[in-house]
Design a binder for this molecule. Structure first.
Ligand code: ADP
Ligand code: MG
Length: 282
């Protein structure tokens, strides 16, 4: 396409709060056949709601469990972490030393002389038997011993179903959900969103693999994500779109395009503008 048309397309994008970093991104977006989405914070709200706090046995009180978990989560930028911290009274947030985050697994640190791990059950207490939860859950262990869990409601965004339906009308041939969360939660969101190609329980490396394995005739593939953890899969896609008003997150740096407002329907706008740009350019 003529460079002048691409520049005009990019400026039209920015008027719609979508920053496109290069002309070729517009060309690929216009031809895109597969759209992959991260779940948590992308298809769903960027804030989860704390539901139940369930200490194991008669160990900790609910307040103690929440206090330990929120303290360790305080520095994490994961949407689960920020949601839990926001729901916790600041007087319950304690100082943490030796803090360490393991991408897509959880966070650990020392609180009051105890080693606290927060995140996936396989991360906090690998030997513990599976716990059947139907919602997004944060598990906690203290000094290696399972201490309980907190369930969180991961609500689909109000605009998600219409965004997905419109993408199909815009010519998307496959729409995928890629998530590190478990299948039951993923399927619940998929049903409401109109997405049937669901890949759950994925590690970041498996998200990358899922994108790289998209066959040629279903490309270009666009990946949209919001989180720091999504940066590698945004890079792996033909077009990576970072969403969220947070600005200079790792996700935006790895992205080819950044949606500057907290609204998933901007993906539809990006596709529409890119298609229009290519039509007038050719
Ligand atoms: P998603 O693909 O759903 O956005 P991620 O790949 O970021 O999820 O993380 C996968 C899973 O790892 C989460 O669903 C959660 O169970 C766990 N996890 C990752 N980081 C954290 C954290 N900071 N606190 C609690 N749990 C976490
Ligand atoms: Mg995410």
């Amino acid at each position: 396409a003529a460079p002048v048309a691409l520049v005009s397309g990019m400026s039209s994008m920015s008027a719609h709060h979508i920053i496109v970093k290069s002309g070729p991104t517009l060309e690929k977006l216009a031809r895109a056949k597969t759209f992959a989405f991260d779940k948590t914070g992308t298809l769903t709200e960027n804030q989860l709601v704390v539901d139940q706090i369930i200490p194991e046995g008669d160990g900790l009180s609910k307040e103690e469990l929440q206090s330990l978990a929120a303290s360790v989560e305080h520095q994490s930028s994961h949407v689960i972490a920020s949601s839990l911290v926001k729901a916790t009274d600041s007087s319950l947030i304690k100082p943490v030393t030796n803090l360490k985050e393991t991408t897509a697994q959880g966070v650990e640190g020392d609180v009051d002389g105890k080693h606290v791990k927060v995140g996936k059950l396989s991360f906090v207490a690998p030997d513990h038997e599976k716990i059947a939860v139907t919602s997004t859950a944060v598990f906690v262990s203290v000094d290696g011993k399972f201490a309980g869990y907190i369930t969180m409601m991961d609500e689909i965004r109000p605009e998600t179903a219409e965004t997905i339906a419109k993408l199909k009308r815009q010519g998307a041939e496959d729409i995928m959900m890629l998530t590190g969360d478990h299948m039951q939660v993923a399927e619940k969101v998929g049903k409401k969103a109109g997405i049937t190609d669901i890949r759950a329980d994925l590690l970041p490396a498996e998200k990358i693999k899922a994108i790289k394995e998209v066959p040629k005739d279903l490309r270009p593939v666009v990946m949209t994500g919001d989180g720091v953890n999504d940066a590698p899969s945004l890079t792996a896609a033909d077009v990576g779109i970072a969403m969220g008003a947070k600005g200079a997150t790792a996700a935006s740096e790895s992205a080819d395009a950044v949606i500057m407002v907290n609204n998933l329907s901007k993906v539809n706008d990006a596709v529409a503008i890119s298609k229009h740009t290519m039509k007038v350019a050719n």
